[in-house]
Design a protein around this ligand. Structure first.
Ligand SMILES: Cc1cc2nc3c(=O)[nH]c(=O)nc-3n(C[C@H](O)[C@H](O)[C@H](O)COP(=O)(O)O)c2cc1C
Ligand code: SF4
Length: 436
């Protein structure tokens, strides 16, 4: 592991007063679009191979290897599309916004490189509905890129012209799920699709489509220019490269920071975010959907192997929200579940009904009207295969499960305290059949 960054944030000063929008000329003057020009001279398969060799894994949450995903496009079927996931609606997550608000061309260069590698005809940047200013910034940058011939031009030796569009969402979390995004892009309600077919085979407008997160694409200029080995020199063997990490909550200096994957969370907080305000209690390390890290998990390494080792779903977005000793974890659970109940698209009964019922139960526990059996019911929703886990079309329901079960399992005493009145009347509180 060796990080001499920043890589992705290299054009954005740490000091807020010095930050300004990087326009095309400044971007080029600082080495921008060099990798794009290199890629133009490369064979598509050589670009795909260098991305595969770099070990770049998706930065949108699931961590799927980027180069491998690209190889799923069926051979010789055109047109092909790229959907750029700039929906960024995961709570606690604001890394893509920060990057593109100042340096939109690093994303556009990444899109142009992915386009060359995969012979893409149209790239659609699906941007979160609430990102009004950021959409305007992107549209301006895209105009510059068109004027300079980055888009709207055929790839060398082909008649495939690459166009790029900014498509604004309408403010639904579910449109960040890749197939919900495709539906919304097609002008329909953002309902995730049942797979197969997978988007690489039949995606946007039923054509082969790749979906990549903003940050994943923004890594491409560095990889093409510096090679796979340079990228792999950062991070861990299974989690290579730099990562944007938004830090918020009870810290002294919230913000977006860049580090190599594998940095212990506590080190990130202390090195960049000015340490915890008060005494550390818990943290969401990857948006809320990955579940919570407990009080003794402050130094969990932020890499793609975090899941099993620390009792969470995975790395997610690697955006950390810190909670100190003043935080009521039952109310945190209620808040998160309210979000999922509101954002569930309603297609799958276990997600629609499960999240709404869990919210009702958490509400009454918070109000002091909780019953001992509510905890067992909540855990059943969170844990039992066939109740909610494993029964739904998309991963939104998994987010609900993981928030419920990790907060309950890591902070059972807080739930117990809230239903104390009933315990005093002689009812034991059990969690998953175990008396707590
Ligand atoms: C409910 C839900 C919301 C999601 N929201 C986002 C999002 O806002 N941005 C994003 O990049 N990925 C999001 N994802 C993950 C995408 O489905 C997909 O894995 C990702 O865009 C693939 O890009 P990557 O491989 O470059 O990470 C979400 C997934 C789920 C289940
Ligand atoms: S899991 Fe929830 S959000 Fe996802 S498709 Fe089913 S109902 Fe919709």
């Amino acid at each position: 592991m060796a990080f001499n960054g920043p890589i992705l944030l290299k054009r954005i000063p740490d000091e807020a007063s010095q930050r300004k929008l990087i326009r095309y000329d400044d971007y080029v003057a600082s080495g921008g679009y060099k990798a794009y020009n290199q890629a133009l001279a490369m064979k598509p398969e050589d670009i795909i191979n260098v991305v595969k060799d770099s070990g770049l894994r998706g930065r949108g949450g699931a961590g799927f290897p980027c180069g491998v995903k690209w190889t799923f496009l069926p051979k010789d079927i055109f047109p092909r599309y790229l959907a750029v996931n700039y929906d960024e609606s995961e709570p606690c997550t604001f890394k893509d916004r920060y990057l593109c608000e100042y340096d939109p061309h690093v994303l556009l260069e990444g899109i142009a490189i992915a386009g060359i590698a995969n012979r893409i005809s149209a790239s659609y940047i699906f941007i979160r509905g609430e990102y009004h200013t950021q959409a305007k910034i992107l549209e301006e940058a895209l105009k510059e890129a068109y004027e300079k011939g980055i888009f709207g031009k055929a790839y060398p030796g082909t008649d495939i012209v690459h166009h790029c569009y900014v498509h604004r969402g309408a403010g639904a979390y579910i449109c960040g799920e890749e197939t919900g995004l495709l539906e919304a892009l097609e002008g329909k309600r953002g309902w995730p699709r049942i797979k197969p077919p997978f988007p690489a085979v039949a995606g946007a407008f039923a054509k082969p489509t790749i979906i990549n997160n903003v940050e994943t694409l923004a890594c491409l200029p560095y990889i093409v220019e510096n090679g796979a080995a340079a990228f792999k020199a950062m991070g861990t063997p299974t989690s290579s490269g730099p990562k944007l990490m938004g830090v918020s909550g009870h810290v002294n200096k919230p913000g977006v920071y860049e580090e190599e994957l594998g940095i212990p969370m506590g080190k990130l907080i202390e090195k960049y975010a000015g340490g915890v305000k008060g005494k550390y209690k818990a943290a969401f390390h990857g948006g809320i959907s990955m579940g919570v890290l407990g009080t003794n998990q402050y130094d969990a390494p932020l890499d793609f192997d975090i899941g099993k080792a620390f009792g969470v779903l995975g790395l997610g977005t690697a955006c950390v929200t810190v909670m100190n000793e003043s935080t009521d974890m039952v109310k945190v659970a209620r808040n998160c579940v309210r979000f999922y109940a509101h954002e569930s698209c309603g297609q799958c009964t276990p997600c629609r009904e499960g999240s709404a019922w869990a919210y009702k139960m958490l509400n009454r526990i918070c109000d002091g009207r909780g019953k001992a059996k509510d905890l067992d019911l909540l855990l059943e929703i969170g844990l039992a295969q066939g109740i909610m886990p494993g029964t739904t079309i998309c991963g939104l329901a998994d987010g609900t499960n993981w928030v419920i079960k990790t907060i309950l399992q890591k902070f059972p005493e807080e739930f117990k305290a809230k239903i104390k009145a009933e315990s005093v009347q002689g009812v034991d509180v059990t969690v998953g059949g175990v008396k707590v």
